[in-house]
Design a protein around this ligand. Structure first.
Ligand SMILES: NC(=O)c1ccc[n+]([C@@H]2O[C@H](COP(=O)([O-])OP(=O)(O)OC[C@H]3O[C@@H](n4cnc5c(N)ncnc54)[C@H](O)[C@@H]3O)[C@@H](O)[C@H]2O)c1
Ligand SMILES: [Zn+2]
Length: 357
């Protein structure tokens, strides 16, 4: 078992099951609730209850999927808490992927002005990306994470045992965030990651620790995303837009899949600006493309560009993007033009064969 200490909580990686009950006892909790979605109820809850030996006062279930990360779903959970007479000393354990963690954390942060919560992320994406940083919230008016707050959990328990039931597609999507961490901050991690050929055989505990330490370093320097934390947005300006445009189509992508594409396109932009050289661009493209085993459709390039214009990371008319300065180094607040975005998208298209779309 490994531990990462943050300013006011700890992330445990590996078998720390007994620590969960200890955290509950330490906090003088009146009632404890476990929030699950339909899938994690089936695949994660049995293991969680057996190993942790926790006897919750209630299991609260929501439907699975991003479409349920809404205020309506929050209302159902708040309602359950009132029905169970949860008081201000109650605690919620969010057992699930990023949707359960973000929504459950938001519900806890607002119920009776805030109750405590513990995160037990069960997807690779949520273990790598949602477990540090204190962002909780829900989508609103089709805008991702439009409502939310910064609030830290009491503790985070990460266990790769949950990956056994995770699909290969979900695992690969989560891995994109680890590739991102290496590219923005750690050349030697990038060199190691290039040697990985099978995600199912990774020794996860040291891997997760290394990747999370990068996120910790960046978030602790900038908890409210005023500056350096924007490094984590690498691949996300173009990635989010591709994700958004394809959302309602038959070619919809998972978040990490869209970020993989975004990282390739944004690396091209860095190369035309002289931040990356040709060799670095080919090295990045050649490695990232190994994970692009899905088809995607960029024919609606205008819609992608329109979405980029409306990105909440922009300031005024400027499109602000995080680019790589080199492998393992980032440059934030790069004011990129729509022409450059177009060049990035065209480069991306050229890299892949469209015959299967
Ligand atoms: N708070 C943050 O800092 C942060 C960071 C990154 C992403 N996010 C959010 O996280 C969400 C995406 O996270 P996600 O990819 O985990 O999505 P998710 O929670 O929808 O999980 C993906 C699917 O996998 C299922 N699942 C979860 N764990 C499983 C397991 N162990 N075995 C089998 N199935 C399992 C879920 O039920 C769901 O159907 C987005 O809403 C995103 O905004 C938040
Ligand atoms: Zn992301």
């Amino acid at each position: 078992m490994r531990q990462i200490k943050l300013q006011d909580y700890q992330v445990s990686i590996g078998n720390a099951w007994a620590e969960i009950q200890n955290t509950i006892d330490f906090n003088g909790v009146s009632k404890c609730f476990v929030l699950v979605d339909a899938m994690t109820k089936e695949y994660c809850l049995p293991l969680f209850l057996e190993k942790s030996q926790i006897k919750p006062d209630g299991i609260i279930e929501i439907p699975a999927g991003e479409t349920y990360k809404t205020i309506e779903t929050c209302q159902r959970v708040w309602n359950e808490l009132f029905l169970h007479d949860a008081d201000r000393q109650a605690l919620i354990i969010n057992l699930g992927g990023g949707v359960v963690g973000d929504l459950g954390g938001f519900v806890a942060s607002t119920y009776k002005r805030g109750i405590k919560f513990i995160q037990v992320p069960t997807t690779l994406l949520s273990q790598l990306d949602a477990s540090i940083g204190g962002k909780v919230g829900v989508d609103f008016l089709s805008l991702k994470n439009a409502l939310g707050v910064f609030n830290n959990p009491e503790a985070v328990f990460i266990n790769p045992a949950f990956f056994d039931t995770l699909s290969d597609r979900q695992l690969k999507s989560g891995f994109a965030e680890a590739l991102k961490h290496a590219l923005i901050a750690d050349r030697s991690m990038w060199d190691n990651i290039k040697g990985i050929t099978d995600l199912r055989t990774i020794d996860w505990e040291p891997f997760l620790e290394e990747s999370l330490l990068i996120k910790k370093r960046i978030v602790e320097n900038d908890p409210y995303e005023k500056g350096p934390r924007k490094a984590l947005n690498f691949g996300h300006t173009i990635g989010h837009a591709i994700e958004g445009v394809l959302l309602e189509t038959e070619h919809s992508l998972l978040h990490g899949e869209a970020v993989l594409l975004g990282m390739i396109a944004e690396s091209k932009i860095a190369q035309i600006r002289g931040l990356l050289n040709e060799n670095e661009l080919s090295e990045i493209t050649n490695h990232l493309r190994k994970y692009v085993d899905f088809s995607f459709d960029l024919q609606q390039r205008d819609m992608i560009i329109n979405l980029i214009k409306g990105d909440k990371k922009n300031e005024g008319d400027k499109i602000l993007c995080t680019l790589l300065n080199a492998i393992g180094q980032y440059a934030i607040n790069q004011d990129i033009s729509l022409e450059e975005v177009e060049v990035g998208l065209i480069y991306l298209e050229e890299q892949f064969d469209y015959s299967n779309v």
